[in-house]
Design a protein around this ligand. Sequence first.
Ligand code: XAN
Ligand code: ZN
Length: 436
Amino acid sequence: MNGAMVFCGTVVHSTKNEYMTILEDTVIGVHHGKIIFIDEPGNVRTLLQAHNIDEDCVKHLGKHQFLVPGLIDTHAHAPQYPNCGKGLDSGLLEWLEKYTFPTEAKCQDPEYALEMYTRTVNCLLRYGTTTASYFATIHYKSSTVLCDVIEKMGQRAFVGKVNMDTNSPDFYVEDTDESLKETERFIQNVIGRKNNLLKPIVTPRFAITCSMKLMSELGKISRKYDIPIQTHLSESLNECEAVKKLFPEFANYTSVYQEAGLITKKTILAHAVHLSDCEMALLKANGAGISHCPNSNISLRSGLLDAQRVISCGIKIGLGTDISGGYSCSMLDAMRMALGVSNVNSIIRQNYQPIDYKQAFMMATLGGSRVLGLEDVTGNFEVGKDFDALVVDAMTESSLAGVEDCDTMEDIIQKFIYLGDDRNIIEVYVAGRRVV
Ligand SMILES: O=c1[nH]c(=O)c2nc[nH]c2[nH]1
Ligand SMILES: [Zn+2]
């Protein structure tokens, strides 16, 4: 069998029933980018024979190495990459005006976009993000450039041309009809590429910068092409106040989007920090998912999401870096920050059970795939799914404090989540193709 790969060693992933399962002696076979078998090592020879795979295709992982599913960033602003780690001196709305809109506006120049997007996607891949849901900018051409870069580098992604037709600066705003026309043109461009890894996504920025007409027409476009939707919801209290003033006829923020047909089972809502029970019920009833972006919520001082509440309501939840509201493009950082936010919740609330590192891991992998509607394709290791995976080595030089003889595999994985960095991620695969 040409082009097959077989990995033998420790495999760590989330399943339907467990936030984290550690399979210490496992064999995973991959062919044409898909997982064709998962079994115990005693059966390697039989498996190789049954699948007509040469012995040379077998790769034995070392004692401190293990496979994890590719990490899934459910919310990232690719054009904000140059702003990562600076300009976090104000709250959301001021930050958008002062730093974010001017930075995104630079993508009017596709050549600038090409160079900047190349660095962005490269950074995410190095950190093990095999799937990302990206906001691009309002510009058609540069949004297609982001797609070119992603295709070339082999990442799995959703890409959305951003829509904004009101309450935006003169240098970064669209006419409503033009915005809709360019959105359809962009969607057709992406669909026309016939790349299974790359999908368009409808991307109204948020209720403050989108008229009801624009949002409603975008809802129709998402139904016409049967594609997902991403936007921001209830991130900061100032933002919620502004939405209340702009849309006084609605009971709450979520209802504004619902009226526009934007709350569906294919909708990814970033943040959703300040939701009432009634809004949570709306999300649950419609099957929409939440992208929890803890670094951004802390850095912009937006609020503390109660991730346990989301999980116990049965609402899909994944993690997002939200670069550059979040300053790090690493999903390891997103896991740590989610743990930190949950710990703070447990300090300020009575009888609150914070999430643990296994739940954070689930949110960064299988949870993310559910939020993006990709759970049949990626997120964990199951026969028939694509092989999106990282080979992690806990013993390479990195900020990881080293592994002691007494450390169990569970300890090592925990250390990787809390202390690991890109130097520990020694191989990255998307649909079986090695991309790092
Ligand atoms: O974190 C955020 N980043 C953004 O770019 C944005 N736009 C609207 N709301 C937003 N929140
Ligand atoms: Zn965002």
